[in-house]
Design a protein around this ligand. Sequence first.
Ligand code: ADE
Length: 357
Amino acid sequence: MRQRILSWYRKHKRDLPWRRTRDPYAIWVSEIMLQQTRVETVLPFYERFLHRFPGVRSLARAREARESQVLAAWSGLGYYRRARNLHAAARALVRRHAGRLPEDRASLLELPGIGEYTASAIASIAFGRAAAAVDGNVIRVLARIGGHSGRRDSPALRGAVTAMAESLAQGPHPGDWTQALMELGATLCLPREPLCVRCPASRFCVARLRGSPERFPEAQPAVAPREERRVVLVATSGRRVLLVPDDADERATWTLPYARLGASTASKAARGLLSRLVGNAGPDPDRAGSFRHRTFSHSLTYEIWSVELRGHPASNRPAPPDPKRPQRPGSLWATSHELERLPVRSHTLKALRSLDR
Ligand code: ADE
């Protein structure tokens, strides 16, 4: 079965940029970007990031004052903690490993941002070590092949699948094997309608032999997204717009000022935001539209309120939010040119786009 899956992988694998390289740094970057993010989303960011930071040392050299450049190169990918960790890990590599990635799982695991799954993926793909990378996709593939029942989050299922994965990881071509399992999960062994007729493992697959592969693993109970209403403030001064570091994102990104709408009215909340940031003088914000935004856990409705503060001394210079000084007020009047270079949250882009700036 292992052999068949490997042959299928070699023939049908998608041509992805991190599969054209043997550079451990480039493979590491790909695995970090692919955490929680789909392949299609990662593709444009990946090449751009490697172009900007082609190796461990160039990434490590982006020191504190320039960490914003690392975050900016990451801008749009989300989960900025990953970019922070990548940067911190690059510096640790220079300090402790002569600027190279270590080859074994245990040393990889000591680096920020590298957990069990990613350590195994890097050890096998970049260094040909036998290591089992088990994520949600691999759990699905192996639960089906092995006919292991249970919910995806159940320790019993994870245990059964991990044992299977570790045994299968032993053998020739560990890196291809790791990626072959990922590829099966991404392209054929799909959650709802698996394409078993094309699957190299179908004749071995217990779930298929039982006639119901899509029932493995058992569904998690659905959690309804939480509804929340927010106001978002677009305060402009000439060609500049007011941004603040986002507390919800560890101040790693910039956002238009926003607030949750509780009991108070939207106009009051918008005025409150404005007065906290630039004082009470001047005009009140007006309602300028609304948009909806879905996240993993929330269904958000944003009301946009805008205000033009003519003649406001919009002069502070862009500086990265400093994680060591979270009390810093640190608002920033950004031009559209600066906006393009700053890491900003997608709700900010949505709000600005909907105002057609
Ligand atoms: N997801 C995580 N790692 C991956 C890889 N190397 N190729 C495709 N998808 C992945």
